[in-house]
Every structure is written in structure tokens, then in C-alpha cells.
Design a protein. Structure first.
Lengths: 251, 251, 251, 251
């Protein structure tokens, strides 16, 4: 394997107006949690695997005694009106050149499969544990932006840059005249954020017309939310020093 | 995109004795400020974009909700006697191999367009806020040096090396028997320097025979100059310790 | 040498059902010690050398005044029932891309030679000096796992990832439908571990049906074992602080 | 320039049994000082230049206002019995892959020119300012070693590895069945060492049968020797603490 390579694992019939959805490791693991949950709940079939010499030179050991290369995997999910190709994975490439190569390889695959819309899921870090976490978007063309704004995605409130595959895929898609958008769940940034992932999936289900039960994720999110808020409270107290009463006591 | 790629964005007629002028991020942002101002004032048309897997693996988000790859852009500016191809950009390549590749790709483009002179704009850091900031040059052949010295560019007063595209373009141009020169505005090095950029543009307009109003840049430069001098004064005071009076007071 | 290259050094007849065994520098040097001992005791013949521009840019000087490139070497060992191709070497490649390239080059060589099973030897670090050090395995398919478990290799008790050639070879072998397994000797991690290497060789001789005297390695292992236990004891004492008596004395 | 490239600068007649001598920046600058002195004194003609995208992405400015790429240069020196191709240069490649590529490119050039012996000059650091600095060798085959030992080069007293072109050239030469040797001048390691360079040239002139006046280098060496010994003395005193007398004085 000299170059990033996609190996098709399972044949499938003609795809119905397919859209790619990518959720790789990144801020708050929002993309990864969302994509994995979708695959689990919607019964995805693995159709392809992505290998790259730009991934770290390691293999993962399983609990049963197996080992396997680091990889990204592509699952086919049958939606109500259109099919989804969902990418999840262990890692992203370690160098800039590697990141571009992996993104281009995925785009080549998408072109071949007739994908006309690339959606990447990411987290947008605000450093706060917001009560109602918003879902932001950043798109590679105005028509797409107008389209998704209409459906409730918030544009123009994010700043800076999107690092890695979540940014490169829609960025490079533009050079191929392909629609590309990064959907970002608002998140603190220091915590794995199931609540944010939940909000992103909810929006995606509306945008792409698929049905999914969020119950299990809601439950998981609620449990974690308590822990996050507890930690945040402790951090806050430590940073603001002891309350006045204590000072009196020390005297 | 496996390699650095130039995508032509707009057709244009035959160019009149074109010269390339490059102003990418570097010392004091002298090159970037100068090139951007020239494009703005002279009404440049974007004719090409440069993309590279050697640029950082990020996309930039715009205020309106758009995203785009990091890139360099080439603008066509119609001068009075000759045409200018002006390069600006977000970044430079992250590795040595990448820097050479980007520079060679730009040179290939220039050869194709009939460019015979490569000018790069940079800053030359002196660590001082000079009253009258000079404009230095360093050229890839003696004839060019003589030519530009005659027109008021100062040669032989700069030392050391020029890092990045500002140096590689004229350096690699020599291997193609193409004229190449780096024009450096004297600058402190710690500040964005509009005054230095102004001086460089003034010289360039004489050298290349184009007209440009410097009023707006002059105004911006004056405002910033005040701030820079104020900061410098404070730094100086801090480094020279408290004034004598204070010492007395401490006693 | 633009790419990793294997240079054949000696012709050999048809190999009998050959298996590759790799012991390169890694945790506790378990693989390296084991592979070198096997070559020494079983009278291996060097049949090939592996060179790579991804190895460090150095040459080694010998005691006699010679110099040579860093390399991996492949030895042919004639077992009772099948032949062994044993890889040892000075180094592993310095980058991820280099590691993949070296592993693929070795796999190409193995395919050509009719190798159907890739065994890599490594150390599995536990941070303890265990009395009876176990021999673990992690395989690239279930059949192989069942096979080797039957013969006493322990599966499913190792966690995390295997870094470098020891992991990549069986990992990449899977993509070629080739059997691959990493045999790991339990080891502390901070010491060169001859005892662990000994245990691995013992298992391998059973698995692959070759005979080897372990006497010399046993002797070496016993000597080193004493030193290791002494150091460990000292470390333990230092970390647990002074004994009670001393505390009394300080009072 | 995608790859390391040699550009021939001047035609020359048939070479008489040519030998390559390389003196690039390294330990004590022994190789660089020696090679530059040889070119200066023996009247070398520059016959080729080596450029590489693996050199740092910088150009050097000259005192007169010129700029040029970083490069290595090859000079032709006419000896009494055989011709010398001497390599000097600003830098070595920044990565392992780059180092191998530059070395292979130089070897290709040598093969074309009929070179049968590669000599690289380096420094061998001992951490001491030896009175009589020896000249060591490390060769890529036994015959060469025997040959050079007879002529007074010391073998078998150096340990460890030779980093960079000084090691790779003779190391890679072996794969081409070409003779290669690194001649190392004994040196402290912290200082530019003209005395060591002098000793190496003296040996080379005997080995390769060329005449060269060492007077100028001797003079330079003597001057620097005084400075080095003075610094060493001061360092020694600082590290051994104040002498007893001083302690009394402080009381």
C-alpha cells in the first residue's frame, strides 16, 4: 500500500441519490458519536474500508485476541428517501499531505458512487456547557447555505478554521463542483458530548429524510450531562478561590 | 490533488510584458499588505488559484457561513506599460519539499504566461522603528541588480537568508535564466508595518511604471505608526528599569 | 535507492512450507534477542538484506574499522518440517509512511518465496517482573487464533496497540489473505528480557516443529534475572521511602 | 525541481582515474575546512552544482546584493597522478529520505564520471583537545581498509555511527561495488578545528598523490589553537570550582 486505498467489502445495488456523512475523531467526538449511533440504530452495512500509509503505523488489538490495521470504514444506510454512506474511523492521517490524500481518495469513491452532497459532522468548541446547544453549518457554496439555513442550520456564527477531514472534504469537494458542508454541534470542547451529537442527528434526520430513534442516545446524554456539569462546577469553584465563609473560618 | 495545482479562473487576452509580484505572509506582513493594497486600488481580476497538499489541512470559515480551502491567488493588474500578475495568499507550504513544489508550480505558470521578471516582496527585520524606512533588494543576477540600483533600490545592505517563497522564487528563477529579485521593506519585525509596505509600493510604481494612489495606505500607516511608537516607548521604559525618582522613593 | 529495497544475497533451493519470523528492535528487545539466538543456534544463512531511505541517515562503524548502512537482514533457517525466514535488523523506519513501505516490501518478498504465515515477535509490557512470564498472541484471523490457542498461546489478555513492523506485518498480511500473528513475550518493559525471549522461542519451537537448545540462553537469562530483581528491589525501596527505623532516628 | 538535481556548469576533458572527496558541514567543520582549503590552494574549477527540495527552503544573500539557492558544489582539481572531484556545500538535506536522495544523486554523477573511490571527510569527536590529532578511517570493504592502513590511516579506533552524507556516501557506494571510505580527523567537537583539517589534508595528499602547501592553513590553525586552549582552560577552572587560595580570600 503505497497510497491511501479503498477496498470495497460488499456489493450493493444502485444507490438512491446518495449523500456522504462523515464522523471521524475530532472536537468533542461529536462527529464520531453521531455517526456511530446512526450506523448502530439504522442497521448499516459495511461496504468499504479505507487504509492509508499516512495513518499511524500501529495495529489495534481486540479483546478476543485479534489485531487489525487502523482504518476508516464506510457503511451504507438505507434512508427513507435517499441512501447514506457514513464514514467512521479510528484515526485521521498524521500529516498535511496525508490528510489531503485521504480526503481525495474518499472523494474519488464518492464520485464513483454518484454522491452529490458531502456532509461532515464536527464539534464547534465554545468553552461553555450551553443549555441548548445549537447546530451550526459552514458550506462550500451559497445555494447550499440558503437551502440548509431554511431547514434550521445556523450559518455565520462560527469563526476560524476547521481542521482535518471535516474541513478538507467539503473544501476539496468545491474544486469538483460538488456540494459540501460541515455540520457542527456546539460543544464545550473538553468533554465527549453526546447531547451535541444528538442535536446534530436530529437535524440530519430532518435534512436528509430518515427516521431514527434517539431514545438510547438521549439516555446516555443525560447521564453524561450530569457528570459534565458536576466537573464544570468543581473547576469553577477551584478557579474562583474559596468562598468568603471559608476565609472567615481560616482566620 | 496529489501535487500543488494551479486552477485558472478567468480567461484574459495577451499580456503586455508581464511581471510577477508576490506578497505572501512573512516578516512584518510587508509583502502581504503591499500586494493586497495594490490589488484593491488597481482593480485586479483574479485569474488563477494555487492549491497544495503541502498547505495546512484546514479550511477557513467566512463570516457569512462559507468555507474554503487555504490557497494562494493570482490577480491580473493592468499597468500603464506592462501587466502585473500579483500573488497573495493565506499561507505558505509547511515543509521544505512543499515550499519548493509551490515555487516551481508558480514558476511554471509564469513561464507559460511569458513572465520574464519575478519580484517578491518581503520585510527586512532590523529590530528598530526607523524614521525613514529604506527599500532593499537582493537579485539573482548582476544586470538586474545594476538596473534596480539605478532606480533607487539599495543593494548589499542586507545579510543572512530569505526564508520561504520570497526567496525561493527568485532563487529557482535563476536556474531557468529568469530574472528574479526580492524587494524588502525595512521594518522592525514585531509589527505589521504599513509604512514599510507603502514605501515598497512607491518604489514598485516607479520601477514598473504603474500609477496608484497611496492616500488610503498613508492614512492607515500614520494611525498604526502612532500605536507602534507608543508600544515601543513602553517596552523601552520597562527594559531600562524604573526612573531615578522611583529608586529614591524605594529607599 | 528511492524506495525500500530487498537485495538477495544468496541463492537457495525450494523452501519447504516457509514461515517468516520477525524480531526487530522493540519492547524489552524480546523479538530481537529471540530471533538473533535462533539464527546463532540453528545456523542461519543470510539470504537477503533490506535497505530503506526511511531508515535513519547513518552508517554504523565496526570494531575492525568497517562501516555499513543500517539495514534489516533475512536469514534462512532449516527447520525439521518447515523452513524459517528470520528477519533481524538495526532499526525500524522513522516515519509512518516509511514503516508501511518497509512492511509491504517484506510482504512482497514473502509472497514471492511462498510464505503463508507471518509471525512477528514482540514484548508485551506489564511493568512487573513476573515470575512465570506468559506468551501472548494477537492474530489477524480467527482460524489462526484457534490453531495457536490450542498450542498454548494465550489470546485476549493483551490490550492497546502494537506499534511498528511487529504490528504492521500481520495487519497488512490480512489484506493479502495471508495468515499473520504477533507473538508477545510478557515483560516488564524497562529491561532487556532474555527470560521472555526464551519463553517465546520455546513456544515457537513447538508451534513450528524445530529443535533448538536453550541452554545458553537459559544461562544468560538467569544472570540477567538476578540483576533485574536487584534493581527492582532498590527502586521499590526508594519509592516507598525510608523504613520505620529511620523515621525514628530522624525524630 | 521535484528531485535532487545536478546541473553541470562547465565542460571538462577526460578525467584521470578520478576520486571523489566530500567535505560538507559536520563535526568540527573538519571536512568543510579541509575541502575548501584544497579548492582554494589547488585552483579548483566548479564543474557542477547540486540542488535539492530537501535542502532548507531559503536563499542566501551575498554582501553585494545577490541571492542564491542553498546548494552543494562540485569542483574539479587536477592532481599529479589522478583528478579529484571535491564536493563542498552550504547544507545537508533536512530529512532522512532527503539525505539518501542527495547521496544517491551524487553517486550517480560519480558513476557517470568514472569515479571508483569515494572519500568523505569528517570529524571524530573525542571531547578533548589532543596534542597530536590522529586521522582515522572507516571503510566499506577490507581491501580498502588494508590499503589505507598501510598508508598510515588508523582503523578500528572509532565507535558509533557516522551521520549524514559523510556516512551515506561510502555506505551506499558498497551497494554499487564502489570503494568508499570516511576519513575522520580527531577533534574536540565543540570547536571549528583547522589543525584537524590540516592533518587530514596532509594524509590525503600522500594517499592520492597531490601536492599542496599547508603553510596558510598552519598559520590559521596556530592562531585558533591558542584561542581554543584558552577557552578550554577557563571552562576547566569553572567546572573544578575556585582554587583554595581564593576560598581563603573570600573568608
Amino acid at each position: 500500500m503505497e497510497k491511501t486505498t479503498i477496498i470495497e467489502k460488499k456489493k450493493h445495488g444502485k444507490l438512491r441519490n446518495p449523500v456522504m456523512v462523515t464522523g471521524l475523531p475530532g472536537i468533542g467526538l461529536v462527529g464520531q458519536v453521531a455517526a456511530k449511533y446512526m450506523i448502530k440504530k439504522m442497521g448499516g452495512t459495511k461496504v468499504a474500508e479505507v487504509y492509508s500509509p499516512h495513518f499511524p503505523h500501529q495495529v489495534l488489538m481486540s479483546k478476543k485476541g485479534g489485531l487489525r490495521l487502523l482504518k476508516n470504514s464506510i457503511y451504507l444506510l438505507k434512508g427513507k428517501v435517499r441512501d447514506l454512506l457514513v464514514v467512521i474511523g479510528d484515526v485521521q492521517a498524521v500529516s498535511s499531505v496525508g490528510q489531503y490524500e485521504v480526503a481525495e481518495t474518499i472523494l474519488d469513491y464518492c464520485s464513483k458512487k454518484g454522491v452529490s452532497l458531502m456532509i461532515t459532522i464536527g464539534g464547534y468548541s465554545t468553552g461553555k456547557v450551553a443549555e441548548n446547544r445549537r447546530v451550526f453549518g459552514s458550506a462550500n457554496n451559497k445555494r447550499l447555505m440558503a437551502d440548509f439555513r431554511e431547514k434550521g442550520i445556523i450559518f455565520g456564527e462560527t469563526r476560524g478554521s476547521i481542521v482535518g477531514v471535516a474541513g478538507l472534504l467539503p473544501g476539496l469537494a468545491a474544486l469538483r463542483k460538488m456540494d459540501g458542508i460541515c455540520i457542527m454541534g456546539e460543544t464545550h470542547g473538553n468533554y465527549v458530548d453526546h447531547t451535541s451529537a444528538r442535536n446534530v442527528i436530529e437535524k440530519l434526520s430532518e435534512l436528509l429524510g430518515f427516521e431514527i430513534s434517539l431514545d438510547e442516545l438521549d439516555k446516555e446524554a443525560k447521564g453524561r450531562e450530569k457528570v459534565i456539569r458536576k466537573i464544570e462546577k468543581e473547576v469553577e469553584q477551584q478557579m474562583s478561590g474559596p468562598p468568603k465563609k471559608d476565609i472567615t473560618y481560616i482566620r
